[in-house]
Design a binder for this molecule. Sequence first.
Ligand code: GLP
Length: 240
Amino acid sequence: MEIVILGGSRQIGKLAADAIEQLIRRKPDAVLGLATGSSPLPVYDELAARHEQGLDFSRASAFALDEYVGLPAGHPESYREVVRREFTNRVNIKPENVHGPDGMAADVPAACEGYEQAITAAGGVDLQLLGVGTDGHIGFNEPGSSFASRTRIKSLIEQTRRDNARFFDSLAEVPHHVITQGLATIMAARHVVLVATGAQKAQAVRDFVEGPVAAICPASVLQFHPHATVLLDEAAASAL
Ligand code: GLP
C-alpha cells in the first residue's frame, strides 16, 4: 500500500483527480469505480472543474460500489442519485454508461449476479475510488465480510446506520439492508484509491494499514492489493 499524507481534503481531491485524469487520458474508455459518502466529494469537485477545462469523460463508464435496498428510484439519498448529483451529471459521462446495484430488484441474488457480469463485460474496473467506514468497512462490507465475497445483500450494523443518519431526516429512515460489491469484487479493480479525512477515521486507518489482515477490519484486505493508494489528511493519519 502506498500511503500519502496531505495537508487537507483539497490536496487529496487533486491527487486522486490526477490519477483519474491520467487514466482517462491514457485510456479514454476507462471504467471508473465510484464511491459515495463525504470523503470522495473533493475528488468529484476537482474532476468537475477539470471537465470544465476540457477533460473528456464521453467514452468512460462507471460502476457504483453499493446501494441501499428499498429506496425508490429518484430518492435523493439513493446512491444512484447521489452519484449522479455529485459526479456524473457534472461531467460528460453518458448516463447509459453509469451503473449501480438495483436496490429495488424483485430478485436480489439475480440482480447481484447481473451486476457482477456487467462489470466483467465492461472489462473490469480500472480505478476504484473508496472511502472507509469508522468500523473499517469498504463499500458496505461490514466487519466479518468474507474476503471472497462478491456483490450481494448485506445488513448494516448500528454504528454505520448512525454514521449515515446525517444524510436522512432521522435514524429510522436509514435502511437496514444494502447491496454492495464484495471484497473480492473490489480487489479485482486494477488500482484502488482510498480517501480518508478527519480524526474520526484515525482508528480505522490504523487498523487497516498497520493491523493484521482480518475480516474484522474489511479494509485490511487492501494490504494484499498490488496497487492500492491511500490518501489521508493529518487527522486521519494521526494514529499511524
Ligand atoms: C458509506 C459508504 C462507504 C463510505 C462510508 C464512509 O457507508 N457505503 O462507501 O466509504 O460511508 O463515508 P464518509 O466518507 O462519509 O465518511
